[in-house]
Design a protein. Structure first.
Ligand code: NAP
Length: 286
């Protein structure tokens, strides 16, 4: 019988460290600030923006929001971003995805200054991550996954990591990070024939699909570590992509949903805002 990872405890510890960093910056007269753009009527996005606002308040990070209605055009969003790029008081810019369907997401994301790209989705940021450069922002969900894996003392070298999902925001970047850390990585997706053939070989299994309980206990290697990224709303409940209550009997450790990767994702965003603030003010890590 394995255990559900206490992500809340990890986040509590990390929040204390982050608050400390913010306080030190403020003592130097520097106040980190995040600008958030919401151009969507997706209720989940509104909840995520609310969670980010709350954690900013807790950490003492300034925040301003641009809530845009359906008449907003791509050009108008790009104009807001260009203004924020030049605004020295703003250290990080986040565009909450998904956007209204008529908005060109690539054009919007590409207009964010690489120096303020705290969500880590700009092609240059992702390109740097893929070639292994250190000085870049790591996208928030993959960064949050690594916070959990590192905290529980995961070994990567010589291990086989299997990632199910190949999205720009989770699957692809987490695969690259695990590769860089020394794991042998297999990426599965909707066209993979017989996913369980690969998942059963995984010492570390990352599931980012968006299908409730797609991973069952028969698909998991005994004593493996399983990270469930999925957030699925089913009959008013939040379910992960992994059937956690079953899989916990096979795996050694598993992240819960809710109360798992979602918590470290928000934390990672604010860590990136603090990193951006330091870089923009030439403050070196102590
Ligand atoms: P996405 O962009 O929709 O990508 C889903 C990936 O899963 C795609 O690569 C897709 O393959 C693959 N896939 C779809 N059906 C599959 C199947 N039956 N078998 C194997 N692979 C399949 O989703 P995402 O943005 O990566 O998000 C994935 C999940 O994580 C969602 O539930 C989302 O809500 C959640 N999420 C959570 C957090 C958090 O903070 N906890 C953050 C981000 C996302 P193809 O590429 O072939 O289409």
């Amino acid at each position: 019988m394995g255990e559900k990872i206490n992500v809340k405890e990890i986040v509590k510890k990390k929040k204390e460290e982050l608050k400390n960093e913010v306080d030190k910056l403020k003592a130097k007269g520097v106040a980190p600030k995040l600008a958030v753009i919401l151009a969507s009527d997706d209720p989940a996005s509104q909840i995520y923006v609310g969670k980010k606002r709350k954690m900013c308040e807790e950490m003492g990070i300034l925040q301003e929001e641009y809530i845009l209605d359906t008449t907003t055009t791509t050009q108008e969003i790009v104009a807001i971003i260009e203004k924020l790029n030049k605004d020295k008081s703003v250290n990080g810019i986040l565009v909450q995805l998904p956007l209204y369907k008529h908005i060109d997401m690539d054009e919007v994301l590409d207009s964010i200054s690489e120096k303020k790209d705290v969500d880590g989705f700009h092609p240059l940021t992702l390109g740097k991550l893929f070639i292994g450069e250190k000085e870049t922002f790591i996208p928030c969900t993959p960064k949050g996954i690594m916070t959990i894996l590192d905290d529980i003392g995961t070994q990567y070298v010589g291990k086989h990591a299997v990632v199910i999902g190949r999205s720009r925001i989770v699957g692809k970047p987490i695969s690259q990070i695990l590769l860089k850390r020394g794991a042998t990585v297999t990426i599965c997706h909707s066209k993979t024939d017989d996913i369980s053939k690969y998942s059963k070989m995984a010492d570390i299994l990352i599931v980012a699909v968006g299908k409730p309980h797609i991973v069952t206990k028969e698909m998991v290697k005994p004593d493996s570590i399983v990270v469930d990224v999925g957030i699925n709303r089913v009959d008013g409940k939040i379910l992960g992509d992994v059937d956690t209550d079953e899989v916990v009997n096979v795996a050694s450790k598993i992240t819960p949903v809710p109360g798992g990767v979602g918590l470290t994702t928000v934390l990672s965003l604010l860590e990136n805002v603090v990193q951006a603030t330091k870089e923009q003010n030439n403050i070196v890590n102590e």
